[in-house]
Design a protein around this ligand. Structure first.
Ligand code: CA
Length: 540
């Protein structure tokens, strides 16, 4: 490999060839020793909203997710490689960054033939299943059983598509229904094999519609505002044109349940009459107060922020409650001791930081991914790991844990040395992570980035204006400016640092074979035969 050409990148096993990780194989672990895997995955559930992370805003507790952290390891520096749903999901299952896994943006579909860790586990003797939000368009492959939403799916009374060819609407809230399906499978799985179960929630993705069970939460709580809620984007030219601001782009009815007329109730038209009644009643008093004396200007932004946080965090509370249901069931069934429990989400999200409610950017809040792993006997309880890890690492990790050979090229590194280290970062661990966003949605400029332990460099490769042309680089000192408000790329005092980060950026692009900027453009993605899709794509 190219490892000798840029030693500054730290651990240079980031790109592996088949066999390089051949220190383990299917015969090394007996069937009884092979751990089960429960993989909890949420959509847009950010680290700031998990109390175990304890940084950023002080928000309500998530006791069940925290339980996984208390009994396992929390990764403090876990990142995605492309902060948007479908691409991150593809990286999670393949171990490859977007430019090599076939999905660069939301238009992409997972190649059914592509190797993934669930498929490798299935071929290696595991019984496998996925329930909930898959969001990669083609039917899941490598699973004994699946029931998934199509695309984004619905919060209420979602339509599910099943591996046996059926599809049907299931009444209830999606977070509860996904858990019901997962627990049902767990109770009737093939117990002669170890299992891998993916429990993948839609919540708390926009437009947040909490379960009726969580609607009364946080009614009288005033959440702390992030210090950057009214960011003016000085020195960060591209950020100023983002179109997912709480101020300018949050919709009163569909995003905030502000029902001011009959037409607004269209956003809950899918609900049953009883669900509808519960929703209208829950927001009635507050909505009437708003309409009687509507706030304006910054007061309106603050009102929207509070309503957004209430509904987002109610959705998070629903996920947390359902994580608890599964943990309890593992306990009851005597499975907890030999089951790796992983909690993560497809990317981070802005809870008002920089005035936003979105992802996409390489700035910290959306670059970070929650990652918490419990594995009794292997992972020391209550440990926190500061090493930089990325969603490219999951495939090699799970396969090593299961004693299944990795037989395709991946960009990631097995996290096993971290999981078994008691929280210490092994010598030579990676010191740089790579990021590239290509989608272009919601006014977010195409960009790529590297992050080290203390600095971050962003590169905007397709400037959309003269001002952006002059501001193609952003450099942040993460220790002294954790909110990334001061772009040092134009500060002469940081010229040497900028140059060294640019060199490192180039070396990282070379490491991952991603230097050809001419292919850095959104596209419709490869199409597959219609029968491979969960729902056949519309004809172009
Ligand atoms: Ca997402």
């Amino acid at each position: 490999m190219r490892s000798s050409s840029f030693p500054a990148l730290g651990l240079l096993l980031s790109v592996v060839v088949p066999g390089l990780l051949a220190g383990f194989g299917p015969n090394e672990l007996s069937a009884q020793e092979r751990p089960n895997i429960v993989f909890f995955f949420s959509d847009d559930l950010t680290t700031q909203s998990i109390s175990a992370y304890q940084y950023g805003l002080e928000l309500p507790p998530t006791p069940n997710i925290d339980r996984i952290a208390n009994e396992g390891m929390l990764f403090e520096n876990s990142f995605c490689g492309n902060s948007i749903c479908t691409p991150s999901r593809c990286t999670v299952v393949t171990g490859l960054h977007s430019h090599k896994n076939g999905i660069v943006n939301l238009a992409g579909a997972l190649d059914p033939e592509r190797p993934t860790w669930p498929k490798a586990l299935h071929n290696g003797g595991y019984t496998t299943a996925i329930f909930g939000k898959w969001h990669m368009k083609t039917k899941p492959t490598g699973f004994d059983e699946w029931a998934v939403l199509s695309g984004q799916g619905s919060y209420y009374n979602p339509d599910f598509y099943f591996s046996n060819g059926e599809s049907r609407r299931i009444e209830g809230h999606s977070t509860d229904v996904v858990t019901d399906l997962a627990l049902d499978w767990l109770s009737r799985r093939d117990t002669s094999k170890p299992f891998a179960l993916m429990v993948q929630h839609k919540a708390p993705h926009r437009n947040c519609k909490p379960s009726l069970r969580e609607l009364e939460l946080y009614r009288d709580i005033k959440f702390p505002e992030p210090p950057t809620l009214f960011d003016d984007y000085e020195g960060r030219v591209a950020a100023a044109s983002h179109k997912m601001g709480i101020d300018g782009h949050m919709r009163m009815a569909s995003d905030l349940m502000m029902f001011s007329n009959e037409e607004d109730l269209g956003v809950i038209s899918r609900f049953t009459p009883a669900q509808k009644k519960g929703y209208i009643a829950a927001f009635a008093e507050e909505n009437a107060a708003f309409l009687a004396n509507p706030p304006t200007g910054k007061d309106l932004v603050r009102w929207k922020y509070q309503r957004y946080m209430q509904n987002y965090l109610r959705c998070v509370a629903g996920v947390d409650r359902n994580v608890g249901r599964v943990l309890d069931e593992l306990d009851k069934a005597g499975l907890s001791d030999n089951t790796i429990v992983v909690y993560c989400a497809d990317q981070g999200f802005y809870l008002g930081e920089h005035g936003w409610f979105d992802k996409r950017w390489a700035y910290e809040e959306s670059l970070k991914m929650p990652l918490i792993v419990r594995w009794p006997g292997k992972v020391k309880p209550g440990t926190r790991c500061a090493a930089m890890v990325q969603n490219i690492d999951y495939a090699p990790t799970f396969l090593e844990a299961a004693g299944v050979s990795l037989d395709w090229d991946v960009h990631g590194i097995s996290l096993m040395p971290l999981l078994t280290s008691g929280g210490a970062t092994p010598d030579g661990w990676r010191d740089t992570i790579y990021y590239r966003y290509i989608d272009g949605g919601h006014g977010v400029a195409q960009h790529s980035a590297i992050r080290t332990n203390d600095f971050k460099l962003l590169y905007f490769d397709r400037p959309r204006s003269e001002a952006e042309e002059k501001s193609r680089w952003e450099l942040f000192d993460l220790e002294n400016d954790p909110q990334e408000m001061t772009n040092l790329a134009t500060d002469a005092a940081y010229a040497v640092k900028l140059k060294s980060m640019q060199d490192r950026f180039q070396a990282t692009r070379e490491l991952y074979d991603d230097t050809d900027e001419s292919v850095w453009q959104p596209g419709a993605g490869k199409r597959y035969p219609p029968e491979t899709y969960i729902r056949p794509p519309r004809r172009r």
